[in-house]
Design a protein around this ligand. Structure first.
Ligand code: SPV
Ligand code: MN
Length: 651
């Protein structure tokens, strides 16, 4: 359940500005003429009230309205440098920002949905009651921008005019956050009113880093008010916690799609990319993966890269699924980014002409950003988010300190990437989506690629993602369930989200003959777990091109596949050809290791999922039916061939 505009609007309650004339008085008192002239161009009264209430609440020394002009964007860049949130690097357009050591990833334990009494929430999320959140905001956010500048910007999550684009206001006292917003989102100052009118809603985000001291981080909160589609973020700077146009608003979009756009829209933690098949045909993919599991790399493998993190998806009037990237930039992990695995991204990072905000990497004595896994010579000295660094540096427990944080990032325009299909990405019509992939960090169980036989089974692939924890969340460890790789961003009950997925992918609105392909992907099988004698991964980054290439062929009916209880698996010969295209040998022995069914592992996975889902209320019973069918068929195979079923036995 989600009821919009239910309960007290915290921003309005704290700010106390209730009418447009009061709002105008606030602007009169706090904005200089130039900025008053800019805000005067915004007509949406609701939006103006949000801004006025944020001003009264935060009490900034001055207010800057970002109209998205080159002049305003330059003002933001300069401001961030001037207050020291970013430092200039020798390479033109490159800057470095450090987040506090305590704030290097999403602060999951300090992230809450603000809910009304009695609302049913995701079992995987934390929530806070409205009146408690109000108390926090009153205690910590009143006057939080004293002596600071408040920046206000009007953005669109998607190309303006697109079916699933939603406008959003960003309010922050951080130059770094605003500079990032300008790279990652489309400033839609001049279209804002029209977009609010068209979409029928907008999101609001208020962030204040406060004094930016380690001792304040325990008080940091990331609050998302589901009912008022407003976020509050305090005492932190890491973009995943502060630039709430990204994951904060993604959460609202998930909510909105689930409860208000059933069978019409989905909002997913997915890349979007196009693959070019035989004869130059283009097939577009959207793919989910938990944070830190290769989503950016996968996206850039396509010939027509659209986005690397989020997708707003809808069924168009013609019965085809279409999608847009709500972002226009990349906030990408840099660890293990190197020329071999990510050539286009590397070209932007090491070449000339790209604006890049680096965060939490090492800056060597020549002012060059350095990171773990860049396949370059390690510098002898530099500075990172923890201060001075040199090879061999140890922490207080004697452990080696890496030169860069595992979650260190680069922020740049997606259009800077050589294979970015910028015109398509900016087209409000979106791209037609045919293939949907789901993946996680799975060392031992699922094969590199498999295709669901039915829409239900495809939705269950998404429901069944598991992944090893990554450094993108503070304090995360172990192997965890990651339903649709979207779980951290699903505010409501998982059951509702699952129902919405089933409804969408089984929709009667699909055009005759339109059948999306839903598939699993897994790049993380290791030798140890598949009977190999070596160590490490069974594949490498560039193999992704083969898995996607095979799906492209399969989706267009150019190859057939082997039917198994978990879905359709590729044939050796087809993969061998695709590997040859990337100049790689593909030994049959490797194929055998990758595609044998490890029945006990898969059955254990199914049992783990059933057990976990049985604790949720109202899970669609289709999930259990699919699991039971698969388990039964797998156990029958085991009966016949043993616990490891060779691919030959399945043909
Ligand atoms: C992720 O962690 O999934 C990201 C970066 O894309 S963050 O903004 O932290 O969510
Ligand atoms: Mn992400």
């Amino acid at each position: 359940m989600l009821e919009l505009k239910k309960g007290e609007d915290i921003l309005a309650a704290v700010g106390g500005v209730a009418t447009i004339s009061e709002a105008m008085e606030v602007f009169q008192e706090t904005l200089d003429t130039a900025n008053r002239d800019k805000i005067a161009l915004i007509r949406s009264e609701e939006a103006l009230l949000k801004v006025a209430n944020a001003i009264v609440m935060c009490k900034p020394q001055r207010v800057f309205i970002d109209a998205g002009t080159e002049e305003d964007i330059q003002w933001i860049r300069d401001y961030s440098l001037q207050v020291g949130e970013e430092k200039d690097l020798p390479k033109d357009g490159h800057t470095i920002h450090f987040d506090l050591p305590q704030d290097q990833a999403r602060l999951v334990n300090q992230t809450y949905y603000i809910i009304n009494e009695g609302e049913q929430m995701s079992s995987l999320a934390k929530s806070v009651l409205r009146h408690e959140a109000l108390d926090y905001v009153k205690e910590y956010m009143i006057g939080i921008m004293e002596n600071k500048t408040m920046m206000v910007g009007f953005f669109s999550r998607g190309p303006a005019g697109a079916e699933a684009a939603i406008p959003a206001i960003e309010i922050s006292s951080s130059g770094y956050v605003f500079h990032s917003a300008e790279l990652l989102y489309r400033n839609c100052f001049s279209d804002f009113d029209a977009e609010v009118e068209r979409a029928g809603l907008f999101f609001t985000n208020v962030h204040a880093e406060g004094p930016n001291r380690p001792e304040d981080v325990p008080n940091a909160r990331i609050f998302m008010d589901r009912s008022w589609q407003t976020t509050f973020s305090t005492f932190c700077t890491y973009a995943g916690n502060t630039l709430l146009l990204k994951k904060g608003n993604h959460r609202f979009s998930v909510d909105y799609a689930t409860y208000y756009k059933r069978e019409e829209q989905l909002s997913e933690h997915m890349f979007i990319t196009g693959m070019t098949g035989p004869g130059g045909r283009k097939t577009f993919f959207a793919g989910a993966a938990p944070s830190g599991c290769g989503k950016t790399t996968t996206a850039m493998v396509g010939s027509d890269f659209i986005g690397d993190d989020l997708a707003q998806i809808w069924i168009d009037d013609d019965g085809i699924i279409r999608g847009i990237n709500p972002e226009k930039g990349i906030f990408g992990i840099v660890e293990d980014v190197n020329r071999k695995g990510d050539p286009y991204l590397m070209e932007c990072l090491r070449g000339e002409g790209t604006e890049v905000i680096w965060s939490n990497v090492l800056i060597d004595d020549n002012g060059v950003p350095q990171w773990v896994g860049n396949d370059e010579a390690t510098p002898s000295h530099g500075v990172n988010f923890q201060g001075e660094w040199y090879p061999g540096k140890t922490d207080e427990n004697g452990n080696l300190v890496p030169m860069s944080h595992k979650n260190s990032r680069c922020t740049l325009l997606a259009s800077a990437i050589k294979n970015h299909a910028t015109a398509l990405a900016e087209d409000p019509a979106g791209v037609p989506l045919k293939v949907f992939t789901y993946s996680g960090r799975d060392a031992d169980t699922m094969p590199p690629v498999w295709v669901a036989k039915t829409a239900d089974e495809g939705v269950i692939i998404g429901a069944s993602i598991v992944s090893q924890a990554t450094a993108t969340e503070v304090g995360a460890t172990g192997v965890r369930r990651q339903p649709w790789a979207n779980a951290p961003f699903i505010p409501g009950a998982l059951a509702d989200y699952m129902e919405a997925q089933l409804t969408f992918f089984n929709s009667d609105k699909f055009a005759q003959g339109f059948k999306p392909v839903l598939a699993g992907l897994n790049y993380f099988l290791s030798h140890e777990n598949r009977g190999g004698n070596g160590t490490g991964l069974l594949g490498e980054k560039k193999d992704v091109k083969v898995w996607l290439g095979w799906l492209e062929l399969y989706a267009n009916g150019d190859v057939d596949a082997i039917g198994t209880p978990i879905g359709m698996l590729p044939k050796y010969e087809d993969l061998k050809k695709l590997f040859a295209d990337i100049d790689k040998e593909y030994p049959k022995s490797l194929y055998d290791m990758q595609f044998a069914l490890y029945v006990d592992n898969i059955v254990n996975r199914i049992d783990l999922q059933k057990e976990a889902y049985s604790k949720e209320e109202d899970i669609p019973k289709r999930l259990y039916e699919v699991y039971e069918e698969q388990k039964k068929a797998l156990l029958a195979l085991k009966e016949q061939y043993g616990a490891i079923v060779a691919i030959e036995n399945l043909v």
